[in-house]
Design a protein around this ligand. Sequence first.
Ligand code: P6P
Length: 337
Amino acid sequence: MTRRISLTQYLIEQQRQHGHIPQELRLLIEVVARACKRIAISVNKGALGDVLGTAGSENVQGEVQKKLDIIANEVLIEANEWGGHLAAMASEEMEGIYLVPNRFPQGEYLLMFDPLDGSSNIDVNVSIGTIFSVLKKPEGSKGISEDDFLQPGSAQAAAGYCVYGPQTTLVLTVGDGVAMFTLDREQGSFVLTQEDVKIPEDTKEFAINMSNMRHWDAPVKRYIDECLAGEEGPRGKNFNMRWIASMVADVHRILTRGGVFMYPWDKREPNKAGKLRLMYEANPMAFLVEQAGGAATNARERIMDLKPTKLHERVAVVLGSKNEVERVTRYHLEQAQ
Ligand code: P6P
């Protein structure tokens, strides 16, 4: 039975007992968690809160912005800019970095986020989420520039997401395992509901958008065909498939019961490495998955080893149960030989 303690108590223990996180990082994570609670309130209002539908604008990715994309982005910016823990922020919804205004105290951390991932699911009431990643500002950097954000995922100080589903659950790592906190709406606080999350090394469940099959590279087709062949095929077992089209929800399932999630490169846009973004989707999810004993690659290399070159860089993603990720990666490396 997981002890029922608050997020604040958990973080203070991480700070005091394990000496694992400085007070500044603890306070920053608590600000992000409070912002997620505010976002959850807007998400849960749905049609009653005039938050559904599109905002009539496009984001830096050229994607139509939903009203809640903008609301969530504004909540995260407003909650974090005055806290004094950050030097700058970056968001999927903003082209450039956002420097903390001089009127506020500057901090040592950089915060990146996808404020509302899976927003195509908002209007159909399917789980969506906020993904965040925390980096340290490089030592000695005077003014903050985009280059200061271009650190490999292995440099993350913390990462997490908040999934807005049947429960509102914050999932967090500070490099000492993965913990899950469920929002107690009566208390208005996140309560520890699972710690030391572990992903089974094997699975019978894969997550991929099957409608893209004709565009996949051969190693992806090989892996999925073997899964579909079931117990009569080379894998000797039947597989199940899930695809929620909300990375946060798919990753939450994998952290909870295992599985492999794939958004591979495909032929539709051959010049793009993949659909998902490295800095504020793949890296934070890779940190969480690895801390839970899973693996995360771009089908060839460990995602957290990749050296970013652009803030909104895209990447192919294969993550989840270690043995499955290693198999998919092996198939790609065999192809290269
Ligand atoms: P598709 C949501 O837009 C997202 O970025 C991820 O959350 C999700 O896994 C993926 O795209 C879904 O993509 O092409 O299946 O709609």
